[in-house]
Design a protein around this ligand. Structure first.
Ligand code: ADP
Length: 195
């Protein structure tokens, strides 16, 4: 299997690029943000609990998102691989994911990190807030809180995977096609290495 973590701060383009990458490589897209928003939409107890954290720009508790990912892995036993988008977002989530994949006799192939300057992130998120209907994008204080959470809790996930030589930085500013080209090149190299 090819299992990619698309990594980077809020607004770095993970969702946009994932949508294109799954088409090209036939992988399954697992976005914890999308999964949580569907739970909110369906007004499940999990969704209602998660919403409080999301509206404040804070991370949802680890056990909630780990449980969601675990059931999605179980639900897709025959896939060629996964693109994880917005997960893992803490070192505890990364350790849990590594264990879940080991149980399935697979592992993370690479972590591709979209690098975007912070002023551009804030601009992109507020701009997305005008059309996305996502309340966490429309409010500048919430956007900034999400970036603070990223620095405090998510950035250390990079070191976790760098230890295993799996972490790669990708220039995340430029056109969508340019960035897609850079990501595809990394994935093509992985696929070739495995043949
Ligand atoms: P973005 O990357 O633009 O912040 P997401 O859709 O990935 O957007 O996430 C939106 C919100 O959902 C986050 O601010 C957080 O509250 C919650 N969330 C998503 N994924 C996770 C996760 N892996 N762990 C904890 N909270 C998460």
């Amino acid at each position: 299997m090819v299992n990619i973590i698309l990594f980077g701060p809020p607004g770095s383009g993970k969702g946009t690029q994932s949508a294109n990458l799954i088409k090209k490589y036939g992988l399954i897209h697992l976005s914890t943000g999308d999964l949580l928003r569907s739970e909110i939409e369906a007004q499940t107890p999990l969704g209602l609990e998660a919403k409080k954290f999301m509206d404040a720009g804070q991370l949802v508790p680890d056990e909630v998102v780990i449980g969601m990912i675990s059931s999605k892995l179980d639900a897709n036993p025959d896939t060629r691989g996964f693109i994880f988008d917005g997960f893992p977002r803490t070192t505890a989530q990364a350790e849990a994911l590594d264990k879940l994949l080991t149980l399935k006799k697979t592992s993370i192939s690479a972590v591709l990190s979209l690098e975007v300057p912070e002023d551009e992130l804030i601009k992109r998120l507020l701009n997305r807030g005008l059309t996305s209907g996502r309340s966490d994008d429309a409010n500048e204080d919430v956007v900034k809180a999400r970036i603070v959470e990223y620095h405090n809790k998510t950035a250390p996930v990079a070191d976790h995977y760098a230890k295993y030589g799996k972490f790669r930085k990708i220039k995340g500013s430029g056109t969508i096609d340019e960035i897609f080209g850079l990501l595809s090149k990394e994935i093509d190299d992985l696929v070739v290495e495995r043949v």
